[in-house]
Structure formats: C-alpha cells, structure tokens
Design a protein around this ligand. Structure first.
Ligand code: ATP
Ligand code: MG
Ligand code: MG
Ligand code: MG
Length: 594
C-alpha cells in the first residue's frame, strides 16, 4: 500500500479531549476519529487491526466447533420483556419507538435474541450442545463514555452463547471457552490474566474476566503470590472479620420521611411506593435524590439512628453543594467522586444527617452495580452493605431485587486489598494490578431459557430448559488495550499479530530513481513473501518527518531506503520495540525479515 494514497492523517499534537494513551495515539496516528461521545469512525488502519483480531478469535473458536451467525442490532422490546430485562437494564439500553409506536432497543448484548433463535430451531437433545457466536456492533449508552475505544457507546464485540442439556455439560462448555480465551489472548502477544469476577447484572452463576494488564486499567485485580487465586477486587475474598466482634447481620429499618419541601414530580409517587415496598424510604426532588436509613443493632430495641444520606445531582445539573445541602438538610456534605459513574456527571455527595445519636455513616456508590451502599464507618475497619438503591423502570429509583434487603452481614464485606492474607491458601498475600477487562465468560444457567421457555426434549422424552453460557470479547477495546500496554514516548509499539501493517517501508529519497526503484522492488518482494507493507512514498517530506510518523504508527519492522545507504549497498532494517538497526543488502532483505 502506498502511503501517498492512504487515508492516514497523522497529528503532531495530542487531541484535547483524549485522556488515555491509546486514545491519543489512535487519534494521532489517524486510526480513529470521534463522531460523537463514545462513537468513533474506524479508519483503514484501525479496521486492519480489528479485522486481524477478529480473525484470531474466529480461528480459535472454530477449533471448538463454534458456529458464526449475525443477529440484528435493532431488537424488539417484547423479547426483553420476556426475559424481564426491559425493566432492569436501565439507561444503558438505548430505547426508541418505530413509526408504529412499537418499542425497540439497540442491542447492548444478545442473550434474548439468541435464546429466541435457539428455542425456535432446536428441539432435541441430539442437537446439543450448540455454541453460536457473532462479531457485531453493540450499543450501550454508557453513563460516561471515555477513553476512546476502551469505553465507547458503540463498539464491536464478539459475543458467543452456548446451550447444553445439563449443568455438567454447561460447565464443560464454560471451561472450553475459558481455554479458547486463553489461546486467543496468548496469540495476541499481550500480558493478560483470567480473573474470578462478579456476575453482576447478567446474573450468571459463575464467571471469569480476562484482563489485559495495564496501569491505565479501570479494574483492580488482586492476585495471591502463593496460589493461583486471582480475582477482580470487586469480588476478591477479604479476610474474614470475626462476626462476634463486629456484630452479626442486622436489619436496616426504614427511616421516617422528611418532606423534601420541593414540588413533587410525578415519578416521585412511584419511587416512594416502591421504596416503601422494599422497606426503604427514598426522597426525590427534581434535582436531588437521597435516602435515609436507620440501623437496628442486634440486642438493641431501638434503632441507633445511624442515618446516612446520598444526595445525587442528576445529569446536566450544576454541581452545587449548597443547593444539595439545603434540599437534604445534611451537614458536612462531601463530594462523592466514586459516585460519578453511578449518578452521571457531575457527581454525588455524602454525609451524615445531623441528629442526636447519629454516628458517622456514609454512602458508597458502586458504579458497576449502580447501587448505593450504606457504609457504616463507625464500625472500625468493617464496611457493611446494607441496602441498595438502583435505577429501575417507571421511576428513577428502585431497589435491586437481587439483593437480600434489608439484611446484611457486614463483617464479610470489607473489600480485600493488597497485602491481605489470601483466604484460599492461607499462605500467600495479595498483590495488586490494574487491568482492562477485554473479555468475560459466564455460566448463565437457566435464567434465560426458563424465562423465555427455551426447552429441549431429553432422551426420556421429557421437556427441559437448556443450560446456557455466554462469552464476550470486546474487540475494539482489546485493540486499544494492546496499545495501553505497548507504547513508548514516540508512539505505538504494535504486537505483531494485530499490527495494521507489519512493515513500514520508508522511501527516504523519492526524487532518486534508484531509491524509488529499490523501494518498489522491496515492497513487491516483501508482499510476495506474505508481509503487509505500508510504503511511505510521499514526496516533499524530510526523512526526519517520515521517521516520526513511522514511530507514531509503530509497525513492528521498518525498512529505510536512502541514497546514502544504497551507495554502500545496504538498506536499514529497524525493530520498533528494541530500536535495533541492521544494515542489509536489498537483495537479502526478504530473507532477513523471514
Ligand atoms: P465494563 O465492566 O468495562 O463496563 P462489562 O462487564 O459491562 O464491561 P460485558 O457485558 O462483560 O462488559 O461485555 C463483554 C466485553 O465487551 C467486555 O469484557 C469488554 O471487553 C467489552 N465492552 C463492554 N463495554 C464496553 C464499552 N463500553 N466499550 C468497549 N468495549 C466494551
Ligand atoms: Mg459495562
Ligand atoms: Mg465488567
Ligand atoms: Mg464484563
């Protein structure tokens, strides 16, 4: 490919709103352009890497007999209502109506659609197990799209789903995919770890995430230095705190309401109703949400009134602590930076409500589950999860039905941290890493097959729900993650398997017929040998400028052809990663590269 004709517009300056290395480098190297928040054009260079990674994924999945299909991006609400996720998915699910006023959404994932396909096509145990996958564009209306392709709203995912006759076979299928993922990420040539993870909103019974290790990773990983145990910090087993010392599970009682003194909105009624139903009061004003709770300690007849408050400004509202304080009546409100993901920009606040007998309490927002946890900081070292509020349909706030409200056993719930003794082996200590979640495997069980009636007829002629697994890989995020792990001050340092081109051939003197002729010959020779070559044949550019671009683009090998070298009968071959340069006779170059 001739660079003079290629759509590769490099930038010297770091784009203003690019906040991680991969995003900066992908924008500067002309791989991607931002079209809207979290929505990017994949320009030719990016698409080459994407396609190469997809190819690796396809090859490895083929080894396990997985079949590729392609499902629609636009999905009818009915399927999501059947699985009940229409109600639980929240705003990440982009919903819209067609001209007939029917509800649709853009697929953030495809459990419903695949389950529908299988229930309409597979009847007998003889057809199982079956593993189906697609490589497809997903849309998730992420609360804070950021970091370029790492957290986009539109992105490419490989999503696979397996269907089995029983639990044992679903387990086998799970580990088969686990091993396929290990092969896939090994082939990429990046440092990665499979980690035990929290099954979260998908509701799987067990699950692993695959993380590319990188300092910029959004996830914390803890790994025992003595045994195999590696886990997402959200889920890592913490050392047990003796429940006798800290109190056993205790009920959380609804506190009485305080009238917000602000005009109630229509949704407020619904929110209140549900909140009461779950035994938790909840206030809502047009701009501020908060909740209160009383905690009843075992052995105490009266609640000790540890009351906490979360005041959360919604969406586009100004971050104004004074307004929040006035509305909520709480003192010492602290900005809650870790609530940003939960409540959206700008942020939330937390603080105790000043009342007699109040002990220090605070709220902790978990961006992943979109839950607000009540955290009692008066109990030394222990974090108790005692209640949750979650965004739900029909009203702005509801409660997470998965949680066993309002009981909690706080002693088990301190997050693990680096240096903790590993409870699995009892010998090692946790080491901390940062990771980028590039893939996840779930054992789903019968959650979707039961709610959507995806059944098969077994050997005895009896109808049974299929047991399912699902398996995702963020294709575009993985490409970005490769860069997060492989770059230097000058640009990207591509791992060979997903480099857009493997060789950057620089013609340093396009005015010279000899140089041009040699470069043309090398391009043809390298391509004939199976290499992908970008030939920088651009005229009117200094060698220095070409070197800079080549460093930025970061293909693994660079071949430099110039008049000076040719006088000595050589071209130069440079390794992008080691920066090692070898002088080679043009005729010997192809053999040298192989
Ligand atoms: P995260 O925790 O980062 O939000 P997730 O757990 O919601 O990711 P999954 O539902 O497990 O994501 O989807 C499978 C894969 O899709 C993820 O492992 C990740 O690589 C990718 N992915 C998820 N969300 C995004 C996104 N917003 N942008 C790019 N890739 C994504
Ligand atoms: Mg997510
Ligand atoms: Mg995740
Ligand atoms: Mg995940």
């Amino acid at each position: 490919m001739k660079q003079s004709k290629a759509l590769i517009q490099t930038l010297r300056e770091v784009p203003r709103d690019a906040d991680v290395v991969s995003q900066q480098l992908m924008m500067r190297s002309g791989m991607i352009m931002k079209l809207a928040a979290g929505i990017y054009d994949y320009l030719p260079l990016a698409l080459r890497s994407i396609r190469k990674f997809e190819q690796i994924v396809r090859e490895e999945l083929a080894k396990d007999g997985c079949q590729e299909l392609l499902m629609p991006t636009v999905q009818p609400a009915e399927l999501w209502q059947e699985s009940t996720r229409w109600s639980f998915y929240g705003k990440e699910l982009l919903r819209f109506k067609d001209r007939k006023d029917a509800d649709f959404c853009l697929g953030p994932t495809h459990e419903e659609v695949i389950t529908d396909i299988v229930r309409r096509n597979v009847r007998s145990y003889k057809q199982l197990p079956m593993n189906l996958f697609q490589v497809q564009t997903k849309f998730r209306d992420e609360i804070r799209p950021r970091f370029g392709l790492m957290r986009g709203r539109e992105f490419i995912m490989k999503d696979g789903y397996s269907f089995h006759v029983d639990d044992a076979d679903a387990d086998r299928g799970y580990w088969e995919m686990f091993n396929a993922y290990k092969r896939i990420f090994s082939r990429l040539g990046v440092k990665f770890r499979p980690v035990e993870a929290d099954s979260g909103a998908i509701g799987g019974s067990f699950t692993h995430e695959f993380h590319v290790l990188a300092g910029s990773g959004e996830d914390g990983i803890l790994s025992c230095d003595a045994c195999e145990y590696t886990s997402n910090v959200e889920k890592t087993e913490a050392p047990r705190v003796d429940p006798v010392d800290h109190g056993a599970a205790f009920p959380l009682r609804p506190a009485h309401f305080q009238t917000p003194g602000v005009t109630a909105m229509e949704e407020q009624a619904a929110a209140f109703k549900d909140a009461e139903h779950d035994g938790m009061p909840l206030h809502q004003t047009s701009k501020v949400y908060w909740l209160e709770a009383e905690i009843l300690t075992p052995g105490e007849a009266e609640p000790s009134r540890r009351i906490a408050v979360a005041a959360i400004l919604r969406g586009d509202h100004e971050l104004n602590p004074v307004k929040v304080k006035n509305a909520v009546g709480a003192a010492d409100l602290q900005p809650m930076p870790d609530a940003e993901d939960f409540c959206g920009a700008p942020a939330g606040f937390l603080g105790p409500i000043p009342r007699p007998g109040t002990r220090h309490a605070a709220l902790h927002a978990d961006p992943k589950d979109r839950l607000v946890y009540l955290v009692d900081r008066s109990l030394e070292g222990a974090v108790n999860l005692t209640c949750g509020a979650n965004e739900a349909p029909g009203h702005h706030f509801g409660f997470d039905p998965k949680r066993d409200l309002p009981m909690a056993r706080y002693a088990d719930l301190r997050l693990a941290q680096e240096g903790d003794l590993c409870p699995r082996c009892g010998k090692g200590r946790y080491q901390a890493f940062r990771g980028i979640e590039v893939g996840q495997v779930f054992k789903l069980g019968t959650k979707y097959s039961k709610s959507m009636n995806c059944v098969f007829v077994d050997e005895q002629g009896k109808e049974r729900p299929m047991v399912m697994g699902c398996y995702g890989i963020g294709i575009t995020r993985t490409i970005a993650a490769c860069i997060e792990q492989n770059y230097d001050a000058d640009g990207i340092v591509w791992p060979w398997p997903v480099a857009p081109y493997q060789i950057h051939l620089l013609d340093l003197d396009p005015g010279s017929a000899e140089v041009r002729g040699t470069a043309e010959k090398l391009e043809a020779g390298l391509e004939a040998a199976g290499f992908e070559v970008l030939h920088d044949d651009r005229e009117g550019m200094s060698p220095g400028a070409k070197f800079k671009d080549a460093d930025l683009l970061g293909f693994p090998l660079r071949v430099m052809v110039g008049s000076k070298g040719l006088k000595d009968g050589v071209v130069e071959l440079k390794d992008r990663r080691t920066k090692e340069v070898r002088k080679v006779a043009p005729e010997a170059l192809v053999a040298e590269v192989i």
